[in-house]
Design a protein around this ligand. Structure first.
Ligand SMILES: NC(=O)c1ccc[n+]([C@@H]2O[C@H](COP(=O)([O-])OP(=O)(O)OC[C@H]3O[C@@H](n4cnc5c(N)ncnc54)[C@H](O)[C@@H]3O)[C@@H](O)[C@H]2O)c1
Length: 320
């Protein structure tokens, strides 16, 4: 019997990418998503269309806020592993619509904890974020560092970790929090820096450069991330554990801008720092590297170039 794996937020960037990898390895993937319209629903539907080409993929449109519907659906199947990625992402939008973060990220997470506390899953992985660290300065940030989020998005992820810790202690639930650092790559998020930059390049449009490009981000390539997760999934671990999923190699945003600015004309408009943004992210990946015996990651220049080529070839700017 093929192992059954549940992925929430499967129409999203990371959910889709992990589902593709697991399907290619012969697993049965059950995916749920509510096709939230935070960014192009068409793009999300294209991801699901791709996944449906594999007969081992099952999809159900479900909102994780709706406990009864969620419980009804999930009680029918025994899953070996769960990857919970459904969330309202994005730090800036958390100032515009904080309620969505409370509903999806906190109530939705709590619903899943309640449903899975009595189900026999081997492990429940869930997406946390580098945003939990806030403006911490002890780089590279280790998982043991104090967490101090500066926006509602980061708070919602910190609360997930606190609730997760509680459910792992109180019930027989093995949980792993994954603190993702700026994930990018093919099928990436249209609301994030790289795809916005690519769109401006393609359309020779305005590009608003936050904080004059003085941020540093620990860009993590999606192919590396899914390789790590498929290995981590099979490892024995503590009842509740936390891992940074990062490249441990922060890049100055200005540096990326300069690479493209010299090749393609676009209208660069430098702006002030956004109050929801942290200045610098840089996570140590030593803990997860040791766990999965990983040594090397894709060079960021290569990962970004692959992403750009894919973006142009597939005309993503038309549906972004
Ligand atoms: N991409 C990154 O750089 C990054 C960094 C840190 C953390 N994360 C976290 O990783 C996870 C996946 O991120 P992503 O980049 O794939 O984001 P994404 O927005 O592409 O995917 C999230 C998916 O969840 C779905 N969703 C939203 N609300 C839902 C609800 N109420 N019910 C069911 N589905 C719902 C959305 O439709 C979307 O398809 C999220 O939890 C995010 O907060 C991502």
């Amino acid at each position: 019997m093929k192992k059954k794996i549940l992925i929430t937020g499967v129409a999203g960037f990371i959910g889709y990418s992990l589902a593709s990898k697991l399907l290619s390895q012969g697993y049965n993937v059950y995916g749920i998503d509510n096709f939230d319209n935070y960014y192009s629903v068409l793009f999300k539907k294209l991801r699901i269309k791709n996944l449906k080409k594999n007969k081992n993929f099952n999809f159900k449109k479900i909102d994780i806020i709706n406990y009864e519907v969620l419980d009804n659906y999930l009680r029918k199947t025994n899953f070996e592993y769960v990857f919970h990625f459904a969330a309202q992402a994005g730090v800036r939008y958390s100032l515009i619509n904080p309620n969505k973060y409370i509903q999806t990220n906190i109530v939705g997470f709590f619903n899943l904890m309640e449903i899975f506390k009595n189900k026999k899953v081997k492990r429940f992985f869930y997406a946390s974020s580098s945003s939990v660290y806030g403006d911490s300065q002890k780089f590279p940030l280790k998982e043991t560092e104090k967490i101090n989020p500066i926006n509602i998005y980061g708070f919602s992820k910190k609360l997930n970790e606190i609730i997760g810790e509680f459910y792992s202690k109180q019930y027989k639930l093995n949980l792993t929090a994954l603190r993702f650092f700026t994930v990018y790559g093919e099928w990436g998020r249209p609301d994030m820096f790289l795809f916005k930059l690519f769109k401006a390049i393609k359309n020779k449009n305005k590009f608003y450069l936050n904080n004059f490009g003085n941020h540093k981000r620990d860009f993590t390539y999606i192919n590396d991330l899914v390789n790590i997760l498929t290995k981590l999934m099979l490892k024995k671990d503590n009842k509740h554990n936390i891992y940074n999923i990062s490249s441990n190699n922060p890049i100055n945003i200005k540096k990326i801008i300069n690479i493209y600015k010299s090749k393609y004309p676009f209208n660069l408009i430098p702006t002030n720092r956004h109050i929801a943004d942290v200045l610098h992210t840089h996570g140590s990946n030593l803990k997860v590297f040791r766990k999965v015996k990983k040594k090397k990651l894709t060079k960021s220049r290569k990962g970004i170039q692959n992403t750009f080529n894919w973006y142009i070839k597939n005309k993503i700017y038309k549906i972004q």
